[in-house]
Design a binder for this molecule. Structure first.
Ligand code: NAI
Ligand code: MG
Length: 370
């Protein structure tokens, strides 16, 4: 049996509570495999690491992250660290991981579970069965481009400058991720940019088209201006399979898509790096989209689904355990079908369960489905 190593970084707030749920799921897969399918090591990140070492992630933890097959990350931050210096604030731990692992591809699925189709802000028939994947470039673009500054113009005016920069190789590698993923899904990629007003959009379209022609002629490709893409996501979201876009548009489009399907507590994500030239395996970090939820920390009410679904993404994208990933996704859907609802996904006045009961419902579904 191939053993996969996971570094667990629970972080702050509800992070440790939902990571405990992921731990139970990992244990379940180990029991089912009758051995060590996964080994885990747990370490500090965020405010917890700052309290222990004065840094949001220690060098030792960084080394472990670089060596692990995948990192499972909870959430970081909270009011306790609001006055911590900028460079060592809890979020710096996550930024450091993204940078040092070179996680350039951010994957955000938007899946509408049948049991929750009524909870969407859109009409049920528009979102029922929705399953789309947004692939966002994460390490380039206007968030990082230089110059980036506020200039004093000396006449009582200031000028703020952000710079959108993309090189061919950055567009190429994110396009490849999108096309590869589309092949495992419904074989369609929508590439979204604003070539009508941005030079980076012109290059983006050109490069994505070239990558398809050279290596992915079997995958359907369409180009859609990013503003239209935002409209189409709320008008007719099921027309999409994989959407690929730059850092800025991806930030917005992925949040729009996410809200079609319900609560923050449901949303997983993956961030992938380049494939290792010898093993082919990508560095990867899996985390819920939500933060540390200080308002419900310690109450036992956190929804563990975003964290558990993030582990399902690790099964699928890091370990090639597609059957196991499908099984876990199905178990989440089954737990929801059985009526289990944490407070964030329950209609007002409905009965709710806590983190532990929701986790138990998912484990029970795994037992029944396996
Ligand atoms: P948040 O995502 O922590 O919470 C927003 C709202 O959603 C809260 O009412 C919270 O209770 C609820 N919520 C979030 N996750 C939930 C879950 N699993 N189950 C049930 N309800 C859930 O965002 P907020 O409040 O803006 O930030 C809180 C802290 O988290 C801040 O320090 C922020 O910087 C940090 N943060 C960290 C992120 C990360 O680690 N990647 C991402 C976003 C925020
Ligand atoms: Mg965002």
């Amino acid at each position: 049996m191939t053993t996969h190593s996971l570094l667990l970084l629970p972080g702050d707030g509800i992070g440790p509570e939902i990571m405990a749920s992921a731990g139970e799921v990992i244990d379940w897969f180990n029991r089912r495999a009758g051995g060590k399918l996964f080994t885990t090591e747990t370490d500090l990140v965020g405010g917890a690491a700052y309290d222990a070492h004065g840094a949001a992630i220690s060098e030792e933890t960084m080394q472990k992250a670089l060596a692990a097959d995948a990192v499972l990350f909870g959430a970081v931050g909270g009011p306790k660290w609001d006055d911590v210096p900028y460079d060592v604030r809890p979020e710096a731990g996550l930024l450091r991981l993204r940078k040092d692992l070179q996680l350039f591809a951010n994957l955000r699925p938007a899946i509408c579970y049948a049991a929750l189709a009524d909870a969407s802000s859109l009409k049920k028939e528009l979102v029922e069965g929705l399953d789309i994947l947004i692939v966002r470039e994460l390490t380039g673009g206007v968030y990082f481009g230089e110059p980036k500054e506020i200039r004093d113009l000396g006449n009582g005016q200031k000028r703020a400058v952000d710079t959108q920069v993309y090189d061919t190789f950055e567009i190429e590698r994110i396009a490849r991720v999108a096309f590869d993923l589309a092949r495992t899904r419904r074989n369609k990629v929508t590439s979204s940019e604003k070539r009508n007003v941005m030079k980076s959009g012109v290059l983006w379209k050109e490069v994505v088209e070239r990558v398809r022609e050279a290596d992915y002629p079997d995958v359907e490709l369409e180009h859609m201006l990013a503003d239209n893409c935002g409209m189409q996501l709320v008008r007719r979201p099921k027309q999409f399979d994989v959407i690929v876009c730059d850092n800025l548009f991806g930030d917005m489009l992925s949040d729009v898509a996410a809200m079609l399907t319900g609560s923050l507590g449901m949303l997983p994500s993956a961030s992938l790096g380049a494939p290792d030239p010898t093993t082919g395996r990508r560095k990867a970090l899996y985390e819920p989209v939500h933060g540390s939820a200080p308002d419900i920390t310690g109450t036992g009410r956190a929804n563990p689904i975003a964290m558990i679904a993030s582990f399902a993404m690790a099964l699928r994208y890091s370990f090639g355990l597609v059957e196991e990933a499908d099984l876990l996704d199905k178990a989440i859907a089954t737990a929801l079908d059985s009526g289990a609802r944490t407070a964030d996904i329950a209609p007002d006045g409905a009965d709710t369960v806590g983190t532990e009961e929701m986790t138990a419902a998912i484990i029970a579904a795994l037992d029944n489905l396996a």
